[in-house]
Design a protein around this ligand. Structure first.
Ligand SMILES: NC(=O)c1ccc[n+]([C@@H]2O[C@H](COP(=O)([O-])OP(=O)(O)OC[C@H]3O[C@@H](n4cnc5c(N)ncnc54)[C@H](OP(=O)(O)O)[C@@H]3O)[C@@H](O)[C@H]2O)c1
Length: 311
């Protein structure tokens, strides 16, 4: 297939490009800067210059493709300037433009959200692919609803719900580097209360493979879970980070979380989000093979480059 990938220069997008090329697909990736264009080209992908706000460009690219994977998100807006809703609104416009361009084509369109959108709607049990987020809860639920709506209009639309910790040595500014940066700054590695909140996890390369599998064969309307591990207690994550930095792990009160972790991260560290990927594995034959979260943290790469965190 000739695949259009947004976010192709990103932490997860670039391995997705490599995974697609290795499987014999051709790829053209959205690049908003010369640096991003070079990143995509160096992986062997073709470059489509443009931004998430260039809706005509997105429509044109989607029409020219045999399938679309959408990973771009305005993290700079959401996490640096704090305008999360602005980033969500831009995402919705982009999803609508891509989806409309694909109506009636039967082509695959894999959109991205996160398992965390189940944290409020699923309580006291493990979330599954059948579950949906609460309307009015996590704002990214709307992106899921919008893109899956295209499944009823002749698009093979599916959703990739990523675990909040997609981890590897390629992860330079996800939540884990932010947790490491907070521990470095505070001189201790924090967890809220007992640290019992469970966070699912997936290695970047396992997630990249799942994107290819979803593109190739997820049926219209599928919700796919990139959760290689169902849930790692946040206390275990904090302790592994503490060990890596040589600082103690310490319990904090919920009210301290915003100050200790910083705004966005402070809002989610206490969220319990155990998530199953049983149906995903059965549906797509996904078998994660790379290091689990704690083993990956123990490899040390997160501590060698924590100073790179930019948000
Ligand atoms: N990482 C995780 O653990 C995780 C967990 C749950 C969900 N997610 C979601 O997964 C997706 C990919 O995450 P990631 O970790 O790969 O993020 P990332 O490394 O920050 O990559 C984001 C990508 O989006 C592009 N982008 C940002 N703003 C853009 C704009 N205005 N126009 C065009 N492109 C733009 C970036 O381009 P530049 O290279 O030019 O910056 C980059 O290619 C996002 O939707 C994210 O929210 C990630």
């Amino acid at each position: 297939m000739r695949v259009f990938v947004t976010g192709a220069s990103g932490h997860i997008g670039l391995p997705v490009v490599r995974e697609l090329l290795a499987a014999g697909h051709t790829v053209f990736g959205l690049a908003r800067s010369e640096a991003s264009a070079q990143t995509i080209a160096s992986a062997g992908g073709e470059v489509r210059r443009g931004t998430l706000d260039d809706l005509d460009g997105l429509r044109e690219a989607a029409k020219a493709a045999d399938g679309v994977i959408h990973l771009a998100f305005k993290h700079d807006l959401a996490l640096v300037t704090g305008d999360f809703m602005g980033a969500v609104t831009a995402d919705l416009r982009a999803v609508e433009a891509i989806g409309e361009a694909l109506v009636g084509s039967g082509k695959p369109f894999v959109n991205t959200t996160g398992t965390m959108l189940l944290a409020h709607s699923v309580r006291g049990r493990i979330g599954t692919e059948e579950d949906v987020g609460q309307t009015g809860g996590n704002p990214r639920v709307a992106s899921e609803t919008l893109s899956l709506g295209f499944a009823e209009r002749g698009v093979r639309a599916s959703i990739m719900r990523l675990a909040p910790t997609v981890h590897s040595s390629l992860d330079h500014h996800g939540f884990l580097p932010m947790i490491v940066a907070a521990a470095r700054k505070n001189g201790f590695s924090a967890y809220v209360g007992e640290g019992a909140a469970r966070w699912p996890a997936a290695h970047t390369l396992d997630a990249a493979r799942l994107y290819r599998l979803a593109l190739e064969s997820a049926p219209a309307g599928a919700r796919v879970h990139a959760a290689a591990e169902e849930g790692v207690p946040f206390r275990a994550i904090a302790e592994a980070v503490g060990q890596g930095l040589g600082v103690p792990a310490k319990s904090i009160a919920l009210e301290q979380a915003a100050e200790i972790f910083g705004g966005f991260l402070g809002m989610i560290t206490q969220l319990d989000n155990p998530t199953s990927s049983a149906r995903t594995r059965e549906l797509l034959g996904w078998k994660p093979t790379h290091a689990n979260l704690l083993a990956d943290i123990a490899e040390g790469h997160y501590f060698a480059r924590a100073s790179e965190v930019s948000r």
